[in-house]
Write a protein that binds this ligand. Sequence first.
Ligand SMILES: CC(C)(COP(=O)(O)OP(=O)(O)OC[C@H]1O[C@@H](n2cnc3c(N)ncnc32)[C@H](O)[C@@H]1OP(=O)(O)O)[C@@H](O)C(=O)NCCC(=O)NCCS
Length: 168
Amino acid sequence: MTIVIRPETPADQAAIHDITKRAFAPMEYADGDEQDLIDRFRDAGALAISLVAELDGIVVGQVTFTKAFAADGSSGYYALGPVAVEPELQGQHIGSKLIEAGLAMLRERDAAGCVLTGDPAYYSRFGFRAFPDLCPEGEPAEYFQLLPLRVPEPDSVIAFHPLFHGAA
Ligand SMILES: CC(C)(COP(=O)(O)OP(=O)(O)OC[C@H]1O[C@@H](n2cnc3c(N)ncnc32)[C@H](O)[C@@H]1OP(=O)(O)O)[C@@H](O)C(=O)NCCC(=O)NCCS
């Protein structure tokens, strides 16, 4: 199985929406609007990185990175998510390839760090770890994680893009 990871193009948008919707549908933690969120980010020019995974020319997964915002004004933070893989193809490391490719791009950009909310059992393999003191208000501290990059020990709360909460 040869998976190609590449930046999204306009032709991928419908597939990204569809895969994300179906991948999150059975998840009890899903908000149900993950697919719309990606569209909102794109429309607002807020998709910092969007990579797709292609299998035999067909898009089978996608990962989104947006800018995140340190309360002390320091720059270079990003947030990972949503990430989704075609349900029938999950558990075959496609998600890992997407995430690793995105994190490699963040390192090339000399990013300060990357935050997310998600299952620590999954994201710890990429180096994400709990930073409950940096968790923004309203987010679940037990799922908030940070991968330090240029800044080894950030000490400021790091907020997600306001569009995560529906605001521009
Ligand atoms: C999460 C998701 C993107 C991961 O992609 P994937 O291609 O299925 O995952 P991978 O095959 O790369 O996973 C690699 C490993 O993590 C494990 N894993 C996957 N999801 C996991 C989870 N939630 N918790 C713990 N381990 C997990 C896999 O079993 C695999 O283990 P192995 O290396 O021992 O074989 C995909 O499962 C998905 O689309 N899920 C539905 C949407 C979703 O929940 N997105 C993330 C929200 S935070």
